[in-house]
Design a protein around this ligand. Structure first.
Ligand code: BGP
Length: 469
């Protein structure tokens, strides 16, 4: 399908600190909200992950060798401020300087997030994003990073605001594991938006050099079958999963139509959202100041109307067909039999990427410059053996179809400037553990040996078509 990439296109691989670094107990690092939780859960541990803390030179070398020109990284807040605030930990600061230096020396532009699901345990205990004092701490941490890491020119505040809010308070598969705590989920969305907006406003008012934005995962919600009741259910779920955050980010206001849908959900669930005086001014000020927009896309959801009690079953093991989701007064997820799914019941639907790109461009002009900051296929894989190439044709097909969809949107005027595959190398998955692999490079987690997958060769071949702008 895809034969060439546009001149100047950003062609990268994505990582997140906690999912790749390992080394969670060394060099003064503080605990995140995951350390004690994963220990107690006993399913899998955050160490060694992909031991990127030590092996980053090798992974960056591979990325360069296989045609990438950019890399998504995140800074672990607790390497810099072990308890979220206070005195910076110099060993952590030095580590990220070394890491960024290595990226730049190898021709990989670092795109760096400040928060990728890894809130400090000390702040998590006081309410995480639900405690507004923690927003002040995030702003101080961001300011420190902007000043300290001036070699970074591309920043993102928070990764996937909805995934945190939804997984923590609705689905219950991230700590603190609340289920259908609708008040928690909507308040977390609003507070995360505030945190993002305050950091953008600070970045601009202090005149830091470089670009700043945030990352949303967009999940188009389609009625299935298509009828009036299901269309309304789709509008409700869309408001909760996408529209509230897009409005807050790029309009700096929740429109009356959005709030009508949100209020319908809040009423059905006896929930409430608190907006304090001054909040909307902060969002408004930031809405026109985002330099770019990181868009993650994996899959759409097909929904039907649902008025019964809320229930959900999360497929965290890759046993096809085990997931279920029903949200009172919102929608239930249904299977569209014409759409293939992964073993984790994720719909494979490249047109959804085209649809969300068209949507944001039409409805949110302030999202003017877009990067696909995550997209990829998770599956179980086994080593092909020494000197052998691991065949991952399904992944190649998946990426190929999605890059084709984004290039189609681009020819129709959507300003997409780059694509980061999730993920650069295999890493563990937050709620699924080590057997859901996404990488261009296979990681043997026992020996930490890297192996080349066929998708890396495909990536390299396309990277070779890149001409500078
Ligand atoms: C996104 C996250 C990533 C990554 C990815 C794949 O939501 O930003 O950190 O984990 O999804 O999801 P999963 O690991 O659940 O398959």
């Amino acid at each position: 399908r895809v034969k060439t990439l546009p001149a100047g296109f950003v062609w990268g691989g994505a990582t997140a600190a906690y999912q790749v670094e390992g080394a969670t107990q060394i060099a003064g690092k503080g605990k995140t909200m995951w350390d004690d939780y994963l220990k107690k859960q006993g399913r899998f541990a955050p160490d060694p992950a992909s031991d990127f803390y030590h092996l980053y030179p090798e992974d960056i070398e591979l990325a360069k060798l296989y045609g990438l020109n950019a890399i998504r990284l995140s800074i672990a807040w607790t390497r810099i401020f072990p308890r979220g605030a206070g005195k910076p930990n110099q060993a952590g600061v030095a580590y990220y300087h070394r890491l960024f230096k290595c990226c730049l020396a190898n021709g990989l532009t670092p795109y760096v997030s400040l928060h990728h699901f890894d809130s400090p345990q000390a702040l998590f205990e006081t309410g995480d994003w639900l405690n507004r004092n923690n927003i002040d701490k995030f702003v101080a941490y961001a300011d420190f990073c902007f000043k300290e890491f001036s070699e970074v020119k591309n920043w993102f505040t928070i990764n996937e605001l909805i995934s945190l809010a939804f997984s923590q308070y609705i689905q219950g598969n991230f700590p603190p594991n609340h289920r259908f705590d609708v008040t928690g989920a909507i308040q977390a969305q609003h507070n995360e938006l505030l945190a993002h907006a305050r950091v953008v406003n600070l970045f601009k008012s202090k005149g830091y050099s470089g670009r700043i934005g945030l990352i949303h995962v967009l999940q188009p919600i389609y009625p299935y079958p298509d009828n009036a009741a299901n269309r309304h259910a789709a509008a409700l779920e869309d408001a909760f999963m996408n529209r509230f955050l897009l409005d807050g980010t790029f309009k700096g206001a929740y429109t009356a139509e959005t709030m009508a849908l949100i209020n319908e959900i809040l009423t059905a669930n006896h929930a409430k959202l608190t907006i304090e005086p001054g909040d909307m001014e902060i969002l408004k000020q930031a809405a026109t100041q985002n330099d770019y927009f990181g868009l993650n896309y994996y899959q759409p959801t097909f929904v039907a109307a649902y008025q019964g009690e809320s229930t959900n079953v999360f497929n965290g093991t890759g046993e096809k067909g085990t997931s279920a989701f029903k949200f009172k007064g919102v929608a239930m997820h249904v299977k569209n039999p014409t759409v293939p799914t992964t073993d984790w019941d994720w719909n494979i639907y490249p047109k959804g990427l085209y649809d969300v790109l068209k949507r944001v461009t039409t409805e949110y002009p302030n999202s003017h410059t877009i990067y696909i900051t995550e997209n990829g296929l998770g599956q179980k894989e086994q080593t092909a053996g020494v000197g052998q190439l691991l065949s991952d044709d399904k992944r190649i097909d998946f990426i190929d179809q999605h890059v084709a969809a984004l290039l189609k949107a681009r020819t129709e005027g959507v300003n997409v400037q780059g694509y980061f595959v999730w993920s650069l190398q295999d890493q563990f998955s937050w709620a699924n553990g080590y057997n859901k692999r996404y990488g261009l490079f296979y990681v043997d987690f026992a020996t930490q040996a890297r192996e080349i997958k066929k998708s890396a060769l495909w990536f390299k071949a396309l990277g070779a078509t890149l001409k500078p702008n």
